[in-house]
Every structure is written in structure tokens, then in C-alpha cells.
Ligand binder design. Structure first.
Ligand code: 8X3
Length: 250
């Protein structure tokens, strides 16, 4: 039987590319996001390849997350793969200038949200004694850079959660993969810079950044590894990138 994958933040960027790659594998897809129109559009696009259903919730509201996952019909409940992709950067400034609302969005979305979806999905995996959790961290979870303290802290938390989940879940037959991308050209920087596309575009100038599809390829590698192999941690940088903020630009 085809595997069932639940992807958060599925309507854009890495989430969308992962949904498309999983559709090519004919995985049955539970696409999650906040924008029903975009979920519907993606469902229509991918339905020619595989079974697709959608769940509309904000990962930051545990009750909504839990209700949505519980509402899945019986034939969708046995989730094999959870891709904790939803998350974003909000603002980029020195700590003394940071906006607490931005901090809330990053901590609530990237950390609490990941936890809430995990809480709604992982107990079923434990009962079934199988599953694979893929957490989207970042190079920012491995190194902290100036003006990014809170975003980096939120991704450092994801790193710790991936390790902690692996410690707790391995004995239950569940794999955990931590994926840490570097500079990926998606809506990420536009969101980080609050719609300032000029500032966002500058991030990717003078080199070839990663694409969302590059990261989806890595996720496919992890989830298709043989049963005896856990891809624990993948750090993926653009070829011109030596570290988070060390990029060789032409
Ligand atoms: C996104 C990568 O380096 O902009 O998580 O923080 S970076």
C-alpha cells in the first residue's frame, strides 16, 4: 500500500516541492496549510498522480491542529511520514531592535508549531510501530549569525528536538531526519523582510542559490532509504556557500 505523508506548510517553497516529489512517488498526501484556496489548487494539480486530501490549520494553535488531524477519515489516519516544514523568519535585526511580535511568530511557528503537529501525529506512529519524522531545520540551527539571534535560536531548538525525538522514538521503529538547508530561493526572504522584494532579491544575487526542489530531493533520499538506514542529519548548502553568511558571490 502507498505510504501516507502529512506535510505542513505544503502550499509554497520546500513544502510544495516536497509534495510534488512525493506525488511522483505516488505517496498519498495530506497537505496542510493556512490558505485553503492554495491547498485546493495544489490538490487539483497533484490529484492526477496520487490521492490527496487537505487540512487547513495554523500550526500555532494546538486545538486546531489536533482537531484537524483527528478529523481525518479512517483511511487517512495511518500516517507514515510527517514532514514538519512549516516555519519562517520574521524580521532581521540586532537583538535590541527586535520586535517581540516577530519573535513570537518565529518561536510559536518554528518551535511550538512543530511540537503541536508532532504531538497530534507521533502517538499514532508509536501505536503502529512505524513512521518517519522529517524536521526542517536550517544552517541557522547550526550556526548563529548577527541580526538573526531569534531565528537561529528557533532553528537550534529544531535541531535539539530532532535529536530528542530520535532518542525517544527509535525504540518504537520511528526514524527521525533533520534537514538543514542553507540559502534556498523561496518566499522565505520576502517573508523575512516583510514584502521588501528588493532586499530579498539581494540575498540571492551573484550566485546560484538552492531551489526548493533541491531540498525536496534530499527529503526523498531520506524517506526512501532502506529500512535499516536512518538518514539522521542532512546539511545542504548552495555550492557557493561555505557557511550561513559566507557566500562567494561573483
Ligand atoms: C534559511 C537559511 O541562512 O537564511 O533558514 O538562515 S538562512
Amino acid at each position: 500500500m502507498s505510504r501516507i505523508a502529512l506535510i505542513t506548510g505544503a502550499t509554497s517553497g520546500i513544502g510544495r516541492a516536497t509534495a510534488e516529489a512525493f506525488a511522483d512517488l505516488e505517496y498519498r498526501l495530506i497537505l496542510c496549510g493556512r490558505r485553503q484556496d492554495r491547498l485546493d489548487e495544489l490538490k487539483t494539480e497533484l490529484s492526477s498522480k496520487t490521492d490527496v486530501t487537505t487540512l487547513n490549520f495554523d500550526v500555532r494553535e494546538f486545538i486546531d491542529v489536533d482537531d484537524a488531524v483527528r478529523s481525518l477519515p479512517e483511511e487517512w489516519k495511518a500516517i507514515d511520514i510527517l514532514v514538519n516544514n512549516a516555519g519562517n523568519a520574521h524580521g532581521m535585526s540586532a537583538i535590541q531592535d527586535g520586535d517581540p511580535n516577530d519573535w513570537d511568530q518565529m518561536i510559536d511557528g518554528n518551535v511550538q508549531g512543530l511540537l503541536y503537529v508532532s504531538k497530534a501525529v507521533i502517538p499514532g506512529m508509536v501505536d503502529r510501530k512505524r513512521g518517519h519524522v522529517v524536521n526542517l531545520s536550517s544552517i541557522a540551527g547550526k550556526e548563529t549569525y548577527a541580526n538573526g539571534a531569534v531565528y537561529c535560536a528557533s532553528k537550534a531548538a529544531v535541531e535539539a528536538l530532532s535529536t530528542g525525538m530520535r532518542l525517544d522514538l527509535t525504540q518504537h521503529g520511528i526514524k527521525v531526519t533533520n534537514v538543514a538547508p542553507g540559502a534556498v530561493k523561496t518566499e522565505f526572504s520576502v517573508v523575512r523582510f516583510k514584502g521588501d522584494t528588493e532586499r530579498a532579491d539581494k540575498i540571492y544575487q551573484g550566485f546560484t542559490p538552492l531551489s526548493a526542489e533541491d531540498i525536496a530531493d534530499a527529503i526523498v533520499y531520506a524517506v526512501t532509504a532502506p529500512a535499516n538506514v536512518t538518514i539522521a542529519d542532512l546539511t545542504i548548502l548552495a555550492s557557493a556557500q561555505a557557511a550561513a553568511m559566507t557566500i562567494h558571490r561573483k
